[in-house]
Design a binder for this molecule. Structure first.
Ligand code: PLP
Length: 377
């Protein structure tokens, strides 16, 4: 059997709507993008969405729009994709890591205040695997110290916790539509916010700081534009937006299937010695983005290979960022500084999870994991 780690959901409907864009005159940021932005805001119950070319770009512009730059510190988690911490470096600021909770892998809100200095400007929590961080606690801390909250919601479009959606207790939420995310356009990203000024600023920053985007410059007659601030080139185009618009309509249905698979895994691994899993907390609507198991670090790498030999696609989300070469060298990080993150980073195996995965595929994965775990180290 061959079980891919990930299969996307782009089907005939998406291809049809994208064909329409390709046959039209206007390929870049226009009507399809603004339609997507409106629908995405409706889905999230927030006021504004700005479509971008990547999640990394969303995090980067989120920081820039809040004037975070050289000399500033941003508190974040070392258990994420490197994009999270890298975006802080891209803005010129310093990422300050805070260790995670043992049960969820999310940033440990109780440890945040210890790391706040007079340089701290923002907190960048990551809703790991699709489960929201304790945003009520993080919001209270941010208010007390006058900090901005930039949520990395790349895993968590559909999530909710204690009645709050992503973006509702933070200043902005950043999303990715990278190839393996719950909805995807290959590459893509967005920010959502309730703050009109921030949304306007990000719109400018996504296209070179130019006051009029292409659609306004070229509709009917050419018009002069001005450049008011230095921006980047991070705008979403109509082609990508049309792929996303169509998937967004089905997002809850897709989540339902992800949840079925998730529950099969949880049942399959329950009570098996040597296999641990992150917990889903009370009051959480989980976006079920990544399903991971935690095994003994001594067995982890061997299991990665033996599973792949059985035709099962696996990944590791994630190994600790502070132990990556660049971070170790630049910031003198060492093993032992964030022990919970390190333990999770050394024991994680991510398993296939996507709506197209069939029940017999899930069973095949479960059986092979059980076989592998029972083998000697
Ligand atoms: C995917 C991802 C990103 C980056 O998104 P891109 O669209 O690939 O730039 C950032 N943070 C997390 C947690 C992610 O999983």
């Amino acid at each position: 059997m061959k079980i891919e780690f990930y299969k996307h959901n782009i089907g005939n409907k998406e291809i049809k709507s994208t064909r329409k864009i390709l046959k039209s005159i206007f390929l870049t940021t226009g009507r399809a993008v603004s339609d997507f932005e409106r629908r995405f805001s409706e889905y999230l119950k927030c006021k504004f969405t700005v479509g971008l070319s990547s999640g990394t770009g969303a995090l980067h512009l989120g920081l820039l729009a809040h004037n975070i730059s050289e000399g500033d510190e941003v508190i974040t988690t070392p258990l994420s994709f490197v994009a999270t911490a890298n975006s802080i470096l891209m803005a010129g600021a310093k990422p300050v890591f805070v260790d995670v909770e043992a049960g969820t892998g999310n940033i440990n809100a109780d440890l945040i205040e210890n790391s706040i200095t007079n340089k701290t400007k923002a907190i960048m929590p990551v809703h790991l695997y699709g489960q929201m961080c304790d945003m009520q606690k993080i919001n209270t801390i941010a208010k007390r110290h006058n900090l901005v909250i930039i949520e990395d919601a790349a895993h968590c479009i559909e999530g909710k916790r204690d009645g709050y959606r992503v973006g509702q207790l933070g200043d902005i939420a950043c999303f990715s539509f990278y190839a393996t995310k719950n909805i995807t356009s290959g590459e893509g990203g967005a920010i959502s916010t309730n703050n009109a000024n921030i949304a306007e600023m990000i719109k400018m920053l996504r296209s070179h700081g130019i006051s009029k985007e292409a659609i306004e410059r070229y509709t009917k007659y050419y018009r002069h534009y001005d450049m008011e601030i230095l921006g980047w080139k991070y705008n979403m185009d109509n082609i990508h937006a049309s792929l996303l618009l169509s998937q967004l309509k089905n997002i809850e249905k897709l989540l339902k299937r992800r949840e079925e698979i998730w529950n099969m895994y949880v049942e399959g691994f329950r009570g098996i010695e040597g296999i641990d899993m992150p917990e889903t907390l009370e009051g959480v609507k989980h976006a079920r983005h990544l399903f991971t198991i935690w095994v003994s670090p001594k067995k982890r790498d061997k299991m990665l290979w033996s599973l792949q030999k059985k035709g099962i696609g696996v990944a590791v989300n994630y190994r600790a960022i502070h132990l990556m070469k660049y971070y170790k060298e630049q910031f003198k990080y060492k093993r032992g500084m964030f022990p919970v993150t390190e333990r999770i980073g050394d024991s994680t195996i991510s398993l296939p999870l996507y709506p197209k995965l069939k029940n017999n595929g899930v069973k095949y994965v479960i059986k092979n994991i059980k076989d592998a775990i029972s083998q000697e180290v």
